[in-house]
Design a protein around this ligand. Structure first.
Ligand code: ADP
Ligand code: MG
Length: 238
């Protein structure tokens, strides 16, 4: 569970070829970071994988099954949005439980899953609060909790920390890395921040104008950047 294969995936918006053609293999359990400058197509690529946008051409295979035109709910993936995607009128418990209620799960099972997720995320003492009574970092953890209860085969994060201040960002980075070590679930993490990419990734995918410039571990990219773009973006001495 958790392998994702992109085969000649392309996305056009009218005449704009945002993603001309991308091939990429993501293995089960990997922490993969999509990094690149603003406007290079990171969010678009993530949304194609999530099924929030349809590909213009090409194929998306998830866990060995052709998912190119599967609706988002049938892909087994969970997209973690920024903290403002919480429901303000609902408690933390109800926010985390929401996707399970929608799926019609029994109350006892929902309670058990919510309590388990809260424990992993250190939210047990906050389950009865409303989002506005939480810090930015806690809100972000609630958003992650809402993804965890669905036991997805992969988590997709789109710049989840960009609303947080610098100190909190460092903290949340560590928490997400720890979560990956605990759950061992595939994670795809989009950021324009090189430091985030270098510190969190098993595998970095460097994007530029809808193309992949290089795929590799942080060390590989640092030691052997494929070209000047990667070298200057990663900050390695080429
Ligand atoms: P990133 O997340 O790397 O900043 P995006 O994937 O959001 O980049 O956008 C890549 C390019 O695609 C940008 O030029 C953006 O304006 C364009 N784009 C994204 N979504 C749409 C859309 N729905 N319609 C038209 N152009 C879009
Ligand atoms: Mg984006």
């Amino acid at each position: 569970m958790g392998s994702i294969s992109l085969q000649k995936v392309a996305k056009h918006f009218g005449p704009l070829k945002v993603i001309p053609s991308i091939d990429l293999e993501i293995n089960d359990g990997e922490f993969v970071v999509f990094v690149g400058p603003s406007g290079c197509g990171k969010s678009t690529l993530l949304r194609l994988i999530a099924g929030l946008e349809d590909v213009s051409s090409g194929k998306i295979v998830i866990d060995g099954k052709d998912a190119t035109y599967a609706p988002p709910s049938q892909r087994g993936l969970a997209m973690v949005f920024q903290s403002y995607a919480l429901y303000p009128h609902m408690s933390v418990r109800s926010n985390i439980a929401f996707p399970l209620k929608m799926a019609g799960m029994a109350k006892e099972e929902i309670d058990r899953k919510v309590n388990d997720a809260a424990r992993v995320l250190n939210l047990t003492d906050y389950l009865d609060r409303k989002p506005r009574q939480l810090s930015g970092g806690q809100r972000q953890r609630v958003a992650i909790g809402r993804a965890i209860v669905r036991q997805p085969s992969a988590f997709l994060f789109d710049e989840p920390l960009s609303n947080l201040d610098a100190a909190l960002r460092v903290n949340m980075r560590l928490e997400i890395s720890e979560l990956h070590q605990t759950l061992k679930t595939t994670m795809i993490y989009v950021t324009h921040d090189q430091v985030e990419a270098m510190t969190m990734a098993d595998k970095i995918v460097v994007l530029n104008r809808g193309h992949i410039e290089q795929v590799g571990s942080p060390l590989e990219l640092y030691r052997k950047p494929a070209n000047l773009f990667v070298a200057s973006f990663i900050g390695s001495p080429k």
